[in-house]
Design a protein around this ligand. Sequence first.
Ligand SMILES: *[C@@H]1O[C@H](CO)[C@@H](O)[C@H](O)[C@H]1NC(C)=O
Ligand SMILES: *[C@@H]1O[C@H](CO)[C@@H](O)[C@H](O)[C@H]1NC(C)=O
Ligand SMILES: *[C@@H]1O[C@H](CO)[C@@H](O)[C@H](O)[C@H]1NC(C)=O
Ligand SMILES: *[C@@H]1O[C@H](CO)[C@@H](O)[C@H](O)[C@H]1NC(C)=O
Ligand SMILES: *[C@@H]1O[C@H](CO)[C@@H](O)[C@H](O)[C@H]1NC(C)=O
Ligand SMILES: *[C@@H]1O[C@H](CO)[C@@H](O)[C@H](O)[C@H]1NC(C)=O
Length: 481
Amino acid sequence: MKLIAPLLAALAVLSAPPALAAGSTAGLQNTDCVAPGSSASLYKTQSAPKYAKLFGIEYHDTYKVLSDHSSKSTYVLYQCGSDKPSVKDAAAFIPIPVSSVAAWSTTAPAFLEALGVQDKIRNLGTSPSITSACLQELLQEVIKPFDEGNATSVDQQEMNNTVVFNMPGGQDANTTNTVYSAEYLEGSALGRAEWLKYFAAFFNAEERANALFDSISANYECFAGKANSEYNALRPVVAWTSYAEPSAFNNNTAYWQISTASYKYDLVRDAGARMLNTTGGASATTFKTAAAFLDALKDADIVIDESFVSYSYADLLKNYGVSDPGKSDLVWVSQSRVFRPDRIQSTAGGLDWFEAPLVFADALLQDVIGVAHPAFSKKHSAIWFRNLAKDDPVSVISAANCTDMYAQRQDIADTCSSVDFQPANPSDSDYSGVEPGKTQDPIYDISKSKVINDESGAASLCAGLALVLVAAAAAAATVAL
Ligand SMILES: *[C@@H]1O[C@H](CO)[C@@H](O)[C@H](O)[C@H]1NC(C)=O
Ligand SMILES: *[C@@H]1O[C@H](CO)[C@@H](O)[C@H](O)[C@H]1NC(C)=O
Ligand SMILES: *[C@@H]1O[C@H](CO)[C@@H](O)[C@H](O)[C@H]1NC(C)=O
Ligand SMILES: *[C@@H]1O[C@H](CO)[C@@H](O)[C@H](O)[C@H]1NC(C)=O
Ligand SMILES: *[C@@H]1O[C@H](CO)[C@@H](O)[C@H](O)[C@H]1NC(C)=O
Ligand SMILES: *[C@@H]1O[C@H](CO)[C@@H](O)[C@H](O)[C@H]1NC(C)=O
């Protein structure tokens, strides 16, 4: 028994929580308002961040104090019916559970759908970019897009909700119910996913958030453990890159970038690979010429292109200044290892990349393992990444792909414990050019949570980020996430 109990507990954690039927109140606490003056201790199930560094939740008898550290904002969520608590310097006081919310980003709705509370969404911004099939259907039938051309109308729509989720800095001057969320600025993949707990606090859905996050994080850790034991000695070097074409947003001057976002270091290391060393030599990660950019990429084995334009491999080679790919001594060119995270698209060209992978970090890691070690499983097929050099097809998702628009969105990761991890075969062409034996990644030390040139710096130009998320089809901005 002693041995079996922990084993069962481990299995219980690894299996995803069961799907909730539409309208189910399972996993919700205190769905009713309380009588005025009530002082009972209401929140039996509580959530606390373990990986996330940018939010906090404090529980009191009849209210919660939620903090977004990125914007230094505090929100008081008090049980409806109870007396409004007095808390200093709060940006908003919000009666919970909330029954009507709006959101401006593509990321917040993905968290709401994973919690099964998308029936509470009344308005959305960025709506043409939304890729989730059921959110697309809700947008056709129930959810109203923000009336973006008319500020007065937007104000009315915003104030018609209890909460408007927005990116830090994005609050409209005339509204009082904005809540910032910074899930996309977290430094680790699990940290991003853990914002489930932040969003859940508004719906008293802590139990759902905890169960889902425990399942995601256990599955993630299992994938990271297996990838690192199987592939420790044969780690391809990965670079995340982008090209910005000349436009009104960059003074009509093209530039090239190698991303150093810390969540990408985290993912690449956990996938049994190495991030390209951008600390030495040409230390710049933004390049003014294609030649300097290509020179910085000479040690890369794999390139993941995030340019915010949709294009063919021939376009990429042209934009990157690769003139004769057949004779290139860049191994990622000669071995056709150029990927893009744009496999899942909406009918309007929005990318699921800005939605589900923030929540389902385990599925994301599994997909990055598939990029670094394409033969890691005989059963896995890629979710978000496609090999552009090999012309992998995209998959277009429409409202018709939704089976139940109010059902809790399910994790699409495989259960790691049942994945058929294949040993690395150094003579396989997947590894040609990969320098073996480089097992460490001293550039990034997660234990010290060191953030190297975190991309959030660039992204915090909120207008720029909003553009990235709002104008998905306008091929003007670079991808900041
Ligand atoms: C705020 O309201 C004022 C007065 O109604 C209006 O003139 C202004 O355009 C509004 N600002 C925004 C950002 O909606
Ligand atoms: C903007 O919205 C307001 C409120 O709905 C409406 O009264 C006004 O006519 C709209 N303005 C335009 C130019 O459509
Ligand atoms: C406010 O919400 C109600 C209920 O969904 C809706 O009928 C009404 O049109 C909304 N008003 C505005 C200004 O969006
Ligand atoms: C924009 O480009 C012009 C022409 O190359 C240059 O003179 C100007 O300094 C640039 N402006 C900025 C802000 O970089
Ligand atoms: C990265 O490059 C610099 C300069 O070439 C070097 O000093 C450093 O050791 C390298 N780091 C790794 C992890 O290889
Ligand atoms: C979405 O629907 C299309 C058309 O029915 C189908 O071909 C495709 O496989 C579906 N995609 C997913 C991910 O279910």
